[in-house]
Design a protein around this ligand. Sequence first.
Ligand SMILES: [Zn+2]
Length: 313
Amino acid sequence: MILQDFIVSTRAGLYCRYGDFYLDARQPARIAIISHAHADHAIPGNGQVFCTSATRAFMQHRYGPMAAGSFSCRMYGEPFMIGKVRVTLLPAGHMLGSAMILMEFEGIRYLYTGDFKTQEDATCERLEAVQADVLITESTFARKGLTHPQPEAEIRRLSETQHPILLGAYALGKSQRLVHLLNTYCPEKRILVHSGIAPFMKIYESFGKGPWKWEPYNTKIAKRGEKDIVYLVTPLSFKSYSFDLNFVRAFASGWEALQSKGGIKLFLSDHSDWQGIILLIKTVSPKEVWTLHGDGADLKEFFAGSLFVKILE
Ligand SMILES: [Zn+2]
């Protein structure tokens, strides 16, 4: 029997009382399973953290000794027990080390996606879905008909200018994907990487990604204003450079509202679009879908009468 309270949304995060653990705890918890290292999913200060080894490396870089009391790293596909709940991490395709979390209890399978995408991404493990009775899914872009464009076509737009480009992106995951795409599809571009991003580049490379063609940010080169240079910077630096007119600006995001006004639009998302979510639901073939992080209303309407959809938050 599906337990409607197997995972409940609390102020402290998603809680499983049957194993007494949190998924992506929002407040420090005694036991937390962390799906991936983005700061809205991975906070410091948990007691025991279960995650992949890449997630641990990112968290230790970001939080130092405060990252967690202890880490219990697990391989994809290898089950382990927390209390009476059997847990398995599966690749989520969102960023390096990102995991979906399969929980089995009393014969029922609950699959929590964390953040995920079905789109191709050479910088991380490809999503691996399995059948489950309950799919607990993020719904960031779960808007009927919303489609992300192909990354190749998007990134090639940066080759349309030889002017220096100021490229803003989240430091972890998105930036490494951009460097890979630029190396592959815009090989003429010399990439200068901001100091807030460079350490994450090195962690990716230590996990066997790349090697990629990039160099640390260098103000001398920046001032020379050479052709075909891309300055890859964090969102904060992207804002602080807003006065500089010498750059062509672009901000990589799946959101229209975050696109650079007057610059180059660059739609690149590490979340699934509508088709990806539908594809995942078909693959997982759940009896129920519980939605998180976004708006599950379109999914509820789309599956009305054929599949039970519950909006968790
Ligand atoms: Zn994320």
